[in-house]
Design a protein around this ligand. Sequence first.
Ligand code: ORO
Length: 298
Amino acid sequence: NLGVKFGNIDFKNPVVMASGTFGFGKEYNEIYDIQKLGGISSKGLTLEKRDGNKGMRVWETPSGMMNSVGLENPSVQGFIDNELKFFKGLNLVRIANLGGGTLDDYVKGAELLNNQSIDMIELNISCPNVKAGGMAFGIKNEVAREVVRAVRKVTDLPLVVKLSPNAEDIVGMAKVCEEEGADGISLVNTFKAMAIDIHKRKPVFENIYAGLSGPAIKPIALRMVHEVCKNVSIPVMGMGGITTAQDAIEFIMAGATCIQVGTANFINPKIGIEIIDGIEEFMKKEGIKSLDEIRGII
Ligand code: ORO
């Protein structure tokens, strides 16, 4: 049985597709039945529609990728009007990833999501690619405290806060989120990183810096997930370069209740299913009846 309980929410398995790598699920559903997944986190939604950043948006690195998408999205209302019809019909845990430029954006966005057919809000205070807001809320603990407190006040939906690995003190930040009533933590978003075009003598990205993801970050992400899990009582969704069932099991042994798969979807769109099957196979071989037996054993 691959089922896990994340707070009060039942997941049929722990495998969730990470925000920004899976759209709203429609395209992937043409490739396989996405209802086999544990959950999907939507592309980051903001109060106003955004066209995203100009110039280069994605860049391959030897063991991962960089992105500077800039939170292109149809707005929270656009999501509700046009995407939710498909999203809400899905038999899996439906997560709306909510970004913002100001505190007020987050609060109004969360209010709009109330009474909609979603199961959870993932509060994104960790986007490295927008000038106003985004990661600005996810660096300092006391700034994060304000946004979690304000959003918690206006919604009863389960609230998971997505942390940045660029935070000054990631364990302290997770504790702050717990104190302010978050139901869970997800981590890590992408690492602030850089690439240079030596012929143009310019950074590859217009914003100079961009977010690094993929296998390159996995060992660091795993360490951060372990540290956070040892220091909070609320459940954690672990992510950062998960590409195989082995990776997913490592994050679970480090303490994660769910895991999220992002970059790997771009290499193999069916990776989510392969990871679910791989976890099941491992459990069978090792005589593990429930993931509770191995979660956090490290
Ligand atoms: N990119 C990321 O790496 N993380 C986010 O949360 C958002 C973006 C983006 O839209 O640029």
